[in-house]
Design a protein around this ligand. Structure first.
Ligand SMILES: [Cu+2]
Length: 493
């Protein structure tokens, strides 16, 4: 068994897409470069292990559970049409005791100015799975600075379910804009949507599709990452959903979700995945169909939808298949991913009583959007970047939340307590049908809680004194959800 796995892994590496990864220790160059991922040339903000290799998406960062990541971000930006400072957020990591390395500009650090560097030095002791990174300075990530980040686990409990899991099984989805974010309008519509950095726009040239290569008979762990600033996507692969499974065999699981946002889940069979900005899913695809080419589809909710003219498509190509475009057709999804059907593989211990109101402290976070100012608010407070980052304000002697800027965005939490957050849905940008991703962070000292809302996302920075502090995060109607569903959400942020 081991020998055959090694053989197939070697074979797969020969049939690879050469997607070079960096990490856990690496220089991370941030540069301006003109690229045309959809056939339209524009200047962009890109990252690379070297200035020459800077690309969109940025380099895949990889490491192992337990690693100490040391990512030295070197700002060499020069293009004044976009932000020249930068800051990078490593999305999904708990950053225990290294809140300073979390990346949100004006919260945990000053932006890195051009000509300077900043070493993000953090440990990942107890997390594994699929993550990502992006600029966390205003809207800069929409100009290109984003990529995937995978933490492998030597003891992955799902390891027996797949044969191949490498750089080539990472699939990034992204929106792409033809104008720099600063001049693109308040809520711009993406001109195109990219799969692994390639795509087409309506009326544009017939640029090459991204090609994902597979070998018949192997099982692939694909790691799907939505790095978009805005859209969500309905992702599917022709011929590899439940429908085809019924036609072939009932033993195989061609499209099985096993991880959501860095948390192992109980296997869940699906035939399409709707994925929102910031979300990640691992799914196992069994390459069990006739050797050939199959369309990979990523239909956005905004921008030019559908697949006319090659939009929102990539190719799944079997080894020995001819090098030509697929002719496959989409079959209706009969088993889409429903997040409420996802459950953690191991049931976490529940803090407090896992019901609404079962925590020591309950805080309601009402997200609203002011159409006159075009600003998001949380409990009526907008986020305006303070001149001194919040973490630095604390280190400079600020003692209470009331002393911290921005006013109205910082909450005091007692240590060693269970905190329940309720984030009502239904408004623009709220968690139900979210427009943007939601970040919740946990770290330890001092007692601080801040919220932000800037254009694309909300972030919550928690600092508690107790390493064993647990979190309850509940949605609008927590009582209707099983506790483990609540905790899937809790632990995936
Ligand atoms: Cu993020």
């Amino acid at each position: 068994m081991l020998r055959s796995t090694v053989f197939f892994a070697a074979l797969a590496s020969l049939f690879s897409n050469t997607y070079a990864a960096i990490g856990p220790q690496a220089d991370f160059h941030v540069v301006n470069k003109v690229i045309a991922p959809d056939g339209f040339s524009r200047s962009a903000v890109l990252a690379g292990g070297s200035p020459a290799s800077a690309s969109f998406p940025g380099p895949l960062v990889t490491g192992w559970k337990g690693n100490n990541f040391k990512l030295n971000v070197i700002d060499s930006l020069t293009d004044v049409s976009m932000l020249k400072s930068t800051s990078i957020h490593w999305h999904g990591f708990f950053m225990a005791k290294t809140a300073w390395a979390d990346g949100p500009a004006h919260i945990t650090q000053c932006p890195i100015s051009p000509g300077h560097s900043f070493l993000y030095d953090f440990k990942v002791p107890d997390q594994a799975g699929t993550f990502w990174y992006h600029s966390h300075l205003s809207t800069q990530y929409c100009d290109g600075l984003r990529g995937a980040f995978v933490v492998y686990d030597l003891l992955d409990p799902h390891r027996s379910k797949y044969d191949i899991d490498n750089e080539d099984t990472v699939i990034t989805l992204a929106d792409w804009y033809h104008h720099p974010a600063a001049t693109a309008g308040v809520v711009p519509t993406p001109e195109s949507n990219l799969i692994n950095g390639k795509g087409r726009y309506a009326g544009g040239p017939a640029t090459p599709f991204a090609v994902i290569k597979v070998i018949k008979g192997l099982r692939y762990r694909f790691r799907l990452v939505n790095t978009a600033c805005d859209p969500n996507y309905v992702f599917s692969i022709d011929g590899h959903g439940l429908a085809s499974r019924l036609l072939t065999t009932i033993i195989l699981f061609p499209h099985t979700v096993i991880e959501a946002d860095g948390v192992n889940t109980q296997p869940l069979e699906v035939d399409s995945i709707q994925i929102y900005a910031g979300q990640r899913y691992s799914f196992v695809l069994k390459a069990d169909q006739p050797i050939g080419n199959y369309w990979i589809r990523s239909n956005p909710n905004i921008g030019t939808r559908g697949f006319e003219g090659g939009l929102n498509l990539a190719i799944l190509r079997y080894l020995l298949a001819p090098t030509r475009d697929p002719t496959t057709t989409q079959t209706p999804s009969v088993k889409p991913l429903l997040e409420t059907n996802l459950h953690p593989l191991t049931k976490p211990a529940a803090p407090g009583r896992p019901v609404a109101g079962g925590a020591d402290v309950a805080i309601n976070l009402a997200v609203t959007f002011d159409f006159s100012t075009l600003l998001f608010m949380i409990n009526g407070a907008i986020f305006s970047p303070p001149t001194v980052p919040v973490l630095l304000q604390i280190m400079s002697g600020a003692q209470s939340a009331q002393d911290l800027l921005p006013a109205g965005s910082v909450y005091t939490l007692p240590p060693n307590k269970v905190i329940e957050l309720t984030i009502p849905g239904g408004t623009i940008g709220s968690p139900v049908r979210p427009l943007h991703s939601l970040h919740i962070r946990l770290s330890y000292r001092p007692s601080l809680y801040s919220t932000r809302s800037i254009f694309t996302e909300y972030a919550f920075l928690f600092c508690l004194d107790d390493i064993n502090a647990n979190w309850v995060y509940s949605t609008l109607s927590p009582s209707s959800e099983a506790p483990e569903a609540m905790y899937t959400t809790t632990s995936t942020l």
